[in-house]
Design a protein around this ligand. Structure first.
Ligand code: ADP
Length: 394
């Protein structure tokens, strides 16, 4: 029997959605409402080879949800809203409450709100989306899918920071990790692809996009990931610095009389590829500029080197590794970055096949490589829809 499930990703001024027909996993339509809160919000809907784009005032998320749902009926994507049986919401932070996706009820909503402090830019707005859909589709099964859940399997020694333990107890300061939906999705896709139970595979997954993170997965469980208490940690990103010496912050606060907010802004929005190159946060711009621009080349080299450092760390952590998987806008599209990350690692059993890498093959390791190299496009929306089908009330 066919079930229509919608996956929702609510941002502070945007709402992304994709409607699936399950269990066939067919995408029926997708779209986006941007600039929510303004008079010239933009609504884009793509379905059956058609693309509709409309500029109109959208005051808040409730209006955005109503607009989206009425358009689905108006354009005949669904005949009635009752057809939409399930709604899956991407939620940034599930803290230690949610080791898995969860049915949304009053209790779930309260817990998500309790985590607002840990993800102030995301959880409150995710909740706004959740509430808007509860009003618009009160009978649909609603499920929250957390970026953090997949990493709840990390060992304590890997998630506690070496600062006074009381801060963990008092504020929940620990490594949480993010991009969990993506890491889990590509790991499971790889297991399907090689027709091997995930329990028998050790994988390193590299999600490389505007935000990037690396994950060590043992038998299907995340045992370590590069992001930490927040998505700022780990590898270098488009505008985020990743791991730096924490003493830089008090030093700068002192020298430049900078506030905590300004330092936070610097690390999140003015660092990474943009900060080092002074040119752009976009990886394509950096790649294009590198041959003639020393700082773009430096940013590129640093980006790659930091990924390699995590791959090295995770090879040691996992002991045996079956495959390294690349995903995200950069990981999926840049043969160049995959080549740079994987080169000169023959002594570790990693050999790349240049031809397969450049021709876009899913597996691009050389036949002699004892560790497979793979590119798997991520699909967080589908994973959310799958979770809506899978998760039952606890
Ligand atoms: P987000 O983390 O916002 O979801 P994406 O996963 O879409 O981001 O990744 C965006 C990044 O992917 C950008 O830095 C962009 O330059 C890069 N990218 C997209 N296409 C290519 C390509 N063909 N080659 C290199 N980089 C690419």
């Amino acid at each position: 029997m066919e079930h229509k499930i919608i996956a929702i990703n609510a941002g502070s001024s945007s709402l992304k959605f994709q409607l699936f027909s399950m269990p066939a996993e067919v995408s029926v339509c997708q779209g986006l409402i941007e600039r929510i809160g303004l008079d010239d919000a933009v609504f884009t809907l793509k379905f059956r080879e058609q693309k509709i784009s409309q500029t109109l005032p959208v005051t808040n998320h409730q209006q955005a949800v109503d607009l989206l749902l009425s358009s689905l009926v108006q354009h005949g994507v669904v005949t009635s809203l009752q057809e939409i049986e399930g709604v899956g919401h991407r939620v940034a932070h599930g803290g230690e409450f949610f080791p898995d996706s969860a049915i949304i009820d009053e209790n779930t909503i309260t817990r998500i709100a309790q985590l607002n402090d840990l993800a102030p830019l995301h959880n409150p707005v995710n909740l706004t989306g959740i509430k808007a859909f509860r009003t618009a589709l009160p009978d649909a099964k609603a499920v929250a899918v957390f970026d953090t859940s997949f990493h709840q399997t990390m060992a304590k020694m890997d998630y506690i920071y070496p600062i006074p333990y009381s801060y963990y107890e008092k504020y929940g300061i620990r490594r949480y990790g993010f991009h969990g939906t993506s890491h889990k999705y590509v790991a499971h896709r790889y297991a399907e692809l090689v027709d091997t139970p995930i329990e028998q595979l050790n994988l390193i997954t590299c999600h490389l996009g505007n935000g990037s993170s690396i994950c060590a997965i043992e038998g299907g469980k995340s045992i370590h990931t590069s992001m930490g208490f927040t998505p700022l940690a780990g590898v270098m990103m488009g505008t985020r610095c990743g791991d730096i010496d924490p003493s830089i912050l008090p030093f700068l606060a002192d020298k430049e009389h900078q506030t905590v907010e300004a330092l936070n802004q610097m690390m999140n929005s003015q660092s990474g590829l943009l900060g080092v190159s002074g040119l752009s946060h976009d990886f394509r711009d950096i790649l294009a500029a590198a041959p003639q621009n020393e700082r773009a080349q430096l940013a590129l080299d640093m980006f790659v080197e930091r990924i390699r450092a995590y791959v090295g760390q995770y090879l040691v952590k996992l002991g045996k590794v079956d495959a390294i998987i690349f995903t995200g806008g950069i990981g999926e599209n840049s043969a160049d970055v995959r080549e740079k990350v994987c080169r000169n690692l023959e002594m570790l059993g990693i050999s790349i096949c240049d031809e397969e890498n450049h021709s876009g093959s899913t597996i691009f390791s050389a036949s002699r490589s004892s560790i497979a190299l793979a590119v798997i496009p991520t699909n967080e929306e589908l994973m959310i829809a799958q979770d809506v089908m899978r998760v039952e009330k606890r």
